[in-house]
Design a protein around this ligand. Structure first.
Ligand code: E4P
Length: 217
């Protein structure tokens, strides 16, 4: 499973990237706002840091404008992946940009019917939003299962990028289902390490080691 980080925070990306845990990055207009930086500048910096795809999102509504924005964003670096919304215009832009050889991430997916259309339009990644479905009392993870089944039935190569991840369980459940990629905030990825029995065991080993009076170095 590939790990993308869902942030435009350079320091947070660098920390995980130094551990070899970053296979890509996703951003969106809200994350660019949070960074307080210009999209071109921060995207260029992320692309220089990370080898994998870095999603940068278009904001236009019409396909032709999305295509122009996508081409412009793609000039920032070779590893820019153009992110388009799951609308008809977004799918038109996806088809054109994909045919030009660019990577395209189709975002804001909330149904398996939408995911099927994105795959037909040649999307590199489909981004189903788990947390936002959970927020309205639906089972976000069911969408990941449904898309996995549909894509596998027909051998679609579009990668399932489980997005809007809010918990460690979201990551584990998406991995069990076979999502190709998860994108999560750095804080969630880092919290995957937490287990009370690890802390308890380490405290016991530390106390016992002190009693031996030994040193390794
Ligand atoms: C994915 O590409 C999106 O940027 C992101 O996962 C949205 O997550 P949110 O619902 O927590 O804003």
């Amino acid at each position: 499973m590939k790990f993308f980080v869902d942030t435009a925070d350079i320091a947070a990306i660098k920390e995980l990237n130094d551990l070899g845990m970053v296979d890509g990055v996703t951003t969106n207009p809200s994350l660019i706002l949070k960074s307080g930086r210009a999209i071109a500048e921060v995207t260029a910096e992320i692309c220089a840091l990370v080898e994998g795809p870095v999603s940068a999102e278009v904001v236009a509504e019409k396909a032709e404008d999305m295509i122009a924005e996508g081409r412009h964003l793609a000039k920032i670096a070779d590893n820019v992946c153009v992110k388009v919304p799951l609308t008809w215009d977004g799918l038109k832009a996806c088809r054109v940009l994909t045919d030009e050889g660019r990577k395209v991430n189709v975002t804001l997916c909330f149904s398996s019917a939408q995911a099927l259309l994105a795959a037909k339009a040649g999307a590199t990644f489909i981004s189903p939003f788990i947390g936002r479905l959970d927020d309205i009392h639906l089972e976000g993870m069911d969408l990941i299962s449904d898309i996995r089944e549909i894509y596998d039935n027909y051998g679609f190569e579009t990668e399932i990028l489980a997005a809007s991840i809010r918990t460690v369980n979201h990551i584990v459940d998406a991995a069990r289902i076979g999502a190709d990629v998860i994108t999560a905030p750095p804080s969630i990825i880092k919290s995957m390490i937490t287990h009370p029995l690890t802390d308890k065991g380490l405290a016991q080993f530390d106390a016992d080691w002190k009693q031996t009076g030994q040193k390794i170095l």
